[in-house]
Design a protein around this ligand. Structure first.
Ligand code: GCO
Ligand code: MG
Length: 404
């Protein structure tokens, strides 16, 4: 069997997605997600112009070999654009392998280690009453763990908080330029502990609560926040400091026992090595698409397992259901799975990408369809062409551009 056709499909059913479609000489189709929020067309070009021609004629069963060919063979390693492109090929080849074998991906990875993957939902509110309502909504949908993001008094807009009463948020605004937000770390640090105190008073001690600091703190600020949140027993505190400097976590770790989660902007095992080997984090959060696909993320998770760090793949709406399916298959089979983020896609996205994975009573299951269990409705996809969209940028009140 050989690869005979490779297509890159860009579609925007409410938001942009880049999909790689590989067809074999036996007529089997494999799909891979290549979406990089706000930089989608760079990955589409990498795939179309530099990778597709190399795939024609290759044996699709050689997943590991093809991964190395594209990673080591290119000389230019790592980086989100490269790794998303390699990941898309990798996912599509695993999809094909599953279809050839007649088995869902999780069976190829060793079979189920649990009956379902615990999911967490997003709750957001401009103020406490709105936030409490939003948590109730997610609990009513069946979620058993909730990430909470809240408005901060004095700040007009806060990233990750739904605008004008909308419970969920879409992390990218359509338009030719990024929108701008004013950020004030002191106001945030003063406000957050009281929010968790009140959530615990309202919801009790047992509900797992998570929070994302979006890389905006210094190590000292992160240590202070971790200490102040300890009484409220968070499931995790995410992305406290900018991710390029893993050594910053040493200071944070010395001061707080709050569980830490990091990794959504990582794209290589070397990004994780110090954090894992020094046990500076508790959850590793790489996205399958942004960290080189199933083949590479499996290696990251295996390294994490040695250090008692649990896997919690990034699952926002800016990765497509193809990535999400891969994450749930991996989560079901990995010994050290921790939790899966589940930000629901808009219904139109689920129509374009029909999928076998399902959410039921707090848990995700990948389904039993061979491969990843996702199909793409190309006709429907073609009705929604690419639209430029960007993540917002944050400024301090004096006009200084701040860490994201
Ligand atoms: C999360 C994230 C997202 C990212 C987004 C960027 O934890 O889900 O932080 O909201 O900001 O995926 O593209
Ligand atoms: Mg995050």
């Amino acid at each position: 069997m050989k690869i005979v056709d490779v297509q890159v499909i860009v579609t925007s059913p409410t938001r942009n997605f880049v999909t790689l479609k590989i067809t074999t000489s036996d007529g089997i189709i494999g799909l891979g997600d290549a979406t990089l929020n706000g930089r989608e067309l760079a990955v589409a070009s990498y795939l179309r112009d530099h990778i597709s021609p190399l795939l024609i004629g290759r044996d699709p069963s050689r997943i590991e070999d093809t991964w190395n060919y594209l990673y080591k063979g290119a000389y230019w390693r790592r980086g989100p654009v490269t790794m998303a492109a390699v990941a898309a090929v990798d996912m599509a080849l695993w999809d094909i392998k599953g279809k050839v074998a007649g088995l869902p991906l999780y069976q190829l990875l060793g079979g189920a280690s649990r009956t379902g993957c615990l999911a967490y939902a997003h709750a957001t509110g401009a103020d406490l009453p709105e936030l409490i309502d939003s948590v109730h909504e997610q609990l009513d949908l069946g979620y058993r763990a909730i990430r909470v993001q809240t408005g901060v008094p004095g700040l007009e807009k806060v990233y990750g908080v739904g605008h004008s009463g909308v419970a969920t948020y879409e992390p990218a605004d359509r338009g030719a330029r990024p929108s701008e937000e004013i950020w004030d770390t002191s106001a945030y640090l003063r406000h957050i502990p009281s929010v968790f105190e009140q959530l615990r008073n309202h919801f009790g001690q047992e509900l797992p609560l998570l929070h994302d600091a979006h890389h905006r703190l210094t190590p000292q600020q992160a240590a202070r926040l971790g200490k102040e949140l300890e009484p409220y027993d968070l499931f995790w505190l995410e992305d406290v400091t900018p991710a390029e400097n893993p050594a910053a976590l040493r200071l944070v770790r010395q001061h707080t026992t709050i569980p830490l989660a990091i990794g959504e902007v990582f794209n290589n095992i070397w990004d994780t090595e110090l954090l894992l080997s020094e046990q500076l984090i508790d959850f590793i959060r790489c996205a399958i698409v942004h960290a080189g696909g199933i083949t590479h993320v499996r290696k990251i998770w295996s390294l994490a397992e040695l250090y008692q760090v649990r896997a919690a793949s990034h699952g926002p709406t800016d990765v497509s259901p193809i990535n999400f399916a891969a994450a749930v298959h991996m989560g079901l089979s990995a010994a050290n799975f921790g939790i899966q983020e589940h930000m629901r896609h808009q219904p139109l996205v689920d129509e374009v990408f029909r999928h076998a994975f399902r959410f039921d009573d707090g848990y995700l299951h990948p389904g039993e369809e061979p491969g990843l269990g996702v199909s793409l409705d190309e006709e429907l996809a073609s009705r929604y062409p690419y639209e430029s969209a960007y993540l917002p940028v944050a400024y301090l009140p004096d006009g200084t551009l701040h860490d994201w």
